[in-house]
Design a binder for this molecule. Structure first.
Ligand code: ADP
Ligand code: MG
Length: 396
């Protein structure tokens, strides 16, 4: 199933592929050794495809291939960022991070092959949970489970050493529901280290340049200040608010307004109204402190506090999330089927019922006509017989 967040993306879309070759199965679009199957997502600069790596004896491995869009590929800085994304992604090996398998070039187009996550992003799950205009959150346990997995990923990434053995100082900078991928079993994978910072980066971010999704930014990031691991923790806090409420935590009519809100910070008085207990509100209050110094010092510290506030010995959080994922993935197909059903079924029902009905009515009326004719003819014969007999008996 395609699971794009981008409404303009059509499942089965095969735009911008680098190579084309013919096989028994027809024309196949490829990037290096990867066969492109369909577009599954886009964040603006790049398109992500579901693809397949084929080998001998029917071997197949699903992969995700991320390709820079044409206009982005012409911008040197963007290309450098993309190369850096691949470099850091290939170094990060963790169950809660979508691992980068390869960085390649095909016909002058750079691409990145990744582990394929078979499921929707958190943002898509939240979108599909909306009933009309009403948002529906995911509940404190699913929220704590997902945040726990993202914090595990961040703790690992923040502490990861580079090739020289020294910490790379990775900061993701774009933790948000669009960049948290979920697979059908409820596994959580952080993706998109596209604007992450750290010492491995060839291209340095210019001071004052604001990058990331405005609605999930820490105040220091929204104002173009210095970011560090604690900025990511703030983004996890806002992602948790989005999960609990089913809504964007900092909304506005445009990016400027959202960023202005992000710069001020999440209003602490809004914590009271969140659908969770006080212990969880306490954890969120600390993660969402406006001053980085008032937040948890590390992802591990945040994780420990969260586990203490929302213990989940039975794994109810993962189960609840897996259920929400299944529902989110079934809904469009279900809706389509239902729509097809309502479009087709009454027509079929009417058609099928009408045609045999009409036939039956015709046959029935024909039968009754014949019967009436026979009765009429019988009566006439009887009258004729009676007349004949009467005639015979008449005195001559
Ligand atoms: N490894 C993957 N497996 C499956 N889908 C993915 C994968 N990586 C990204 N996607 C999909 O593509 C979308 C955009 O990918 P992302 O890396 O965030 O690109 P961008 O940098 O353009 O935001 C994601 O929100 C997700 O829907
Ligand atoms: Mg993204």
């Amino acid at each position: 199933m395609a699971k794009t967040d981008n409404d303009s993306m059509v499942p089965g879309d095969r735009r911008t592929a680098a190579g084309e070759r013919r096989s028994g199965r027809g024309s196949i679009l490829t990037f290096g050794k990867y066969e492109i199957l369909e577009a599954v997502g886009s964040g603006g600069m790049a398109t992500v495809y579901r693809a397949r790596l084929s080998g001998p004896m029917g071997f197949e491995k699903p992969v995700a291939v991320k390709v820079l869009q044409d206009d982005a590929a012409e911008d040197e800085e963007i290309v450098r960022m993309f190369v850096d994304e691949a470099r850091v992604g290939a170094r990060l090996y963790h169950p809660n991070i979508a691992h980068v398998l390869e960085f390649g070039e095909a016909d002058g187009r750079y691409f990145l092959a990744m582990e394929y996550v078979d499921g929707p992003s958190l943002s898509l799950v939240l979108k599909r949970r909306q009933k009309g205009r009403k948002a529906r959150g995911l509940g404190p346990q699913a929220t704590a489970y997902l945040a726990g997995a993202v914090l595990e990923a961040l703790a690992y990434a923040h502490e990861s050493p580079g090739a020289d053995g020294q910490p790379m100082g990775v900061v993701h900078r774009d933790v948000s529901p669009q960049n948290v991928l979920l697979d059908r079993s409820g596994a959580v994978k952080l993706c998109d280290f596209g604007i992450a910072t750290g010492t491995w980066r060839a291209g340095k971010t210019r001071i004052g340049v604001v990058k990331g999704k405005a609605g999930y930014m820490a105040p220091e990031q929204a104002t173009g200040g210095k970011v560090d691991a604690r900025s990511d923790l703030y983004a996890v806090g806002l992602t948790m608010v989005a999960m609990l409420t089913g809504e964007a935590p900092l909304d506005g009519k445009d990016t400027g307004e959202v960023r202005a809100r992000a710069a001020k910070g999440f209003p602490p008085e809004r914590l009271d109204g969140l659908p969770c207990d006080d212990a969880m509100k306490g954890v969120l209050g600390r993660a969402l402190a406006t001053r980085a110094g008032d937040r948890y010092a590390s992802a591990r510290e945040f994780l420990k506090a969260l586990e203490a506030a929302v213990p989940d010995p039975d794994g109810a959080g993962r189960k609840a999330l897996a259920e929400a994922i299944t529902t989110a993935m079934e809904r469009p197909a279900g809706r389509k089927a239902a729509a097809a059903g309502t479009a087709a079924r009454p027509k079929d029902a009417r058609g099928k019922a009408a045609r045999p009905g009409r036939k039956a009515a015709t046959v029935a009326s024909a039968a009754s006509g014949v019967r009436n004719l026979l009765i009429g003819a019988g009566i006439l014969v009887l009258i004729a017989l009676a007349l004949a007999l009467a005639g015979k008996g008449l005195p001559g």
